[in-house]
Design a protein around this ligand. Structure first.
Ligand SMILES: [Zn+2]
Length: 398
């Protein structure tokens, strides 16, 4: 059971699952928990059980329940008939991750990351984030009663700090090069015994597997043609791919979808490398995107996303700010209000249909990563109006 190991995604060097440093000691690329080769869905799980109980064969290292679930996962797969008809697709679905406890997919990885920290005996956790992940780790740190440290940018606005600070972590606004914080926090964490649950650590990838597991169940094991993932650090993309592969290994599905990594044109290190045919990403430099949740200029899992795209015939593309704005509003008009990053897959669908890559009568699943209320600035991108009416005139106006 627990002879599972971490395997380097690049050089295959293995380390023990009780090792807490999340990157390869030889090449510094991300580690994966070894792929699960067989397993089945725990049909005896109760509706109140967390996802790792339903999918326990795929989480064999989680042998103890620390009672820290906040009800993450099991989000709806919403069918958008209007869009299906408009585009002549067989089916269009949104995996609505905005319905997680802190309103983003990050909760899946946070809960697994915190359980793993508890399993390894940590009493302190932390993360480096400016948004969804910071709030998520702070919430699970509170639930687990762990000392929690959140490292944010020096110039972070108060309205973005408050939804993190409310959970009671220590929030540190760090002066200096924010891009260096990822590595530095992992090193300090190792010295000071703080489990840093950063964007693409292996246990966060493990949490994201459950998105794929649920999609498979929700589609009654009929694999969609495309799964479109807004991609920043790369951890969620890796997790979704790993989930589909493990279900295929286990014989629960017969084929894999085509995995699509979509980035904002103004913050596209992975898509740029993919389009140029390069094996490694380069630092993107200054970013310009209306979807800051996918704005990482130097994603720590960028090279591994490129390897996965190559191995499984996936593809990467960019969409621009105007395309994101249009998709953001359109998705809201179907009743799904996401942060701009969550609408990026819809912008990608239009682009890929125009290019003849996604064809009529195919099935598409879009991952809506986080809630619209996370980014209220985005209201300003649209011409949202209301008008006044007196009580006396109401009957005429209606
Ligand atoms: Zn390595």
């Amino acid at each position: 059971l627990n002879d599972l190991k971490y395997v380097c995604s690049n050089c295959n060097h293995t380390t023990k699952l009780d090792e807490s440093y999340p990157r390869c000691p030889i090449c510094n690329e991300p580690l994966n928990v070894e792929y699960i080769e067989k397993g089945k869905i725990n049909k005896n799980s109760k509706p109140s059980d967390p996802f790792w109980v339903r999918y326990k064969d795929f989480y064999p290292y989680l042998t103890k329940d620390y009672g820290i679930s906040l009800g993450e996962g099991f989000t709806p797969l919403v069918k958008i008939d209007y869009l299906r008809n408009k585009l002549n697709l067989a089916n269009v679905f949104v995996k609505n991750e905005t319905q997680n406890p802190t309103w983003s997919f990050k909760d899946r990885g946070s809960v697994i990351g915190v359980i793993n920290a508890l399993r390894l005996g940590y009493s302190q956790i932390g993360t480096v984030s400016t948004g969804n992940m910071a709030a998520s780790v702070a919430a699970y740190g509170a639930k687990a009663n762990l000392k929690t440290t959140i490292l944010v940018k020096e110039d972070m606005a108060k309205e973005k700090l408050n939804p993190i600070a409310i959970y009671g972590p220590k929030v540190l606004q760090v002066k200096g090069d924010y891009a260096k914080l990822y590595d530095k926090s992992l090193k300090i964490g190792k010295e000071k015994d703080i489990a840093f649950i950063n964007s693409d650590v292996p246990m966060r990838v493990e949490g994201s597997k459950s998105i794929a597991f649920e999609i498979c169940e929700q589609l009654e094991f009929d694999t969609p043609d495309y799964v479109i993932v807004p991609t920043s650090a790369g951890g969620n993309f890796r997790g979704i791919v790993k989930g589909f592969i493990e279900f295929k290994n286990a014989g629960l599905i017969t084929k894999l979808p085509t995995f699509i990594c979509v980035q904002s044109a103004g913050a596209a290190p992975i898509a740029t490398a993919y389009i140029k045919g390069e094996k490694k990403i380069s630092h993107f430099g200054k970013t310009d995107t209306i979807s800051p949740a996918i704005g990482n200029p130097n994603p720590p899992s960028g090279n591994e996303v490129l390897r996965l795209l190559e191995r499984y015939n996936g593809l990467a593309l960019t969409v621009n700010n105007d395309q994101i704005k249009d998709a953001h509003l359109e998705l809201a008009h179907y009743g799904i209000f996401t942060q701009p990053a969550g609408a990026v897959p819809l912008a990608a669908v239009y682009k890929l249909m125009n290019e003849g890559i996604i064809k009529e009568n195919q099935t598409v699943v879009m991952i809506a990563t986080g809630s619209g209320l996370k980014d209220t600035k985005a209201f300003n991108y649209h011409n949202l109006t209301s008008s006044f009416v007196s009580l006396d005139d109401l009957d005429q106006v209606l």
